[in-house]
Ligand binder design. Sequence first.
Ligand code: ZN
Length: 348
Amino acid sequence: MLKKFLTCFSLLLVLVFAATAQAKSAELTRINAFDLDDETLRIEISYRGGKIEAGDVSTDLSSGILRVELDNTLPGRVSRVSGTQIDSDTKNFVERILTNKTRTNHTSIQVQFNSATEGSVKFFLEPADRSDKKDARVVVDMKKNFADNSLNQYFDGDGQIIVLDPGHGGSDAGAIGPTGVTEKSVSLAVSLKAQRLLEDSGYQVVMTRTTDIDVAAPGVSDAVELQARVNKAPPNAALFISVHCNAFSTGKANGMETYHAPNAVKGSRLARLLNEELARLGGLSNRGVKAARFYVMTHSQCPASLIELGFITNPREEKLLASEDYQQKLAQAITNAVNRYFNQGGFD
Ligand SMILES: [Zn+2]
């Protein structure tokens, strides 16, 4: 008992120490703004003394101002004019950069533009580079929107969280085609491709699985397995999309279809957009948009849809579903539907 107490106590010490260590704020040393190319403005925010992680950073571009919010930071040197450098070419575009400490350990950076500006924003983290005498950096890239660009090309997913659920996996192969192609492998391949495309469009993607595994554990009940998938969605997830292939006792059944939970207004809109984009690919018959009480849709906290990409039991569709090229097209269709879901503000 005493030993247990001591163990707990030392664990507590470690935790307290870890919390203290983590509280050390990064001090911003410099902000550089320059044109990376004709379309991209890059803001490099350099810092020292602490560690900034992806979860500390958020960006927002609205009302013609790009805001970068940084937790675990002090404005440091950049709150003085000399700490902020705007390239001479970029000055046509960026009017000024303001830095403020808005609360303890939080720095707010505002990039103000000379004219009304739209675009999409991404950021990434760069470690310090001693050989180049560079501090660690938060690098924010803003792709400027021009009037003639299509929405899909430069759509800003704005960090919204999309949950992709590749159906089945691990001990559960799902349906199996006449030549042995498994539903679990098709659903995973398409979902991983969609993940990439969605992330390129500025979304955050949460995958219920990224490899050939049972999400809960092998041999558990369907409800336990499916609830484990639903639980992967963070509370602020925007959409949940489950990817499956259909099956029937004969090889004749064919076509794709999308599902939503009964009476789910947003879910049915998502299912309709997914169906429209999949139909655009051609080649498969369209079985339409349907309501059903699939577990992941009725238990999801956010708008949800389940896609049946095609019949894996149909020899022609099995071949299509297994092809890398068609999988990529399916992934693009999913991405287009998500973009349309957010682009068109509920009117589509
Ligand atoms: Zn399935």
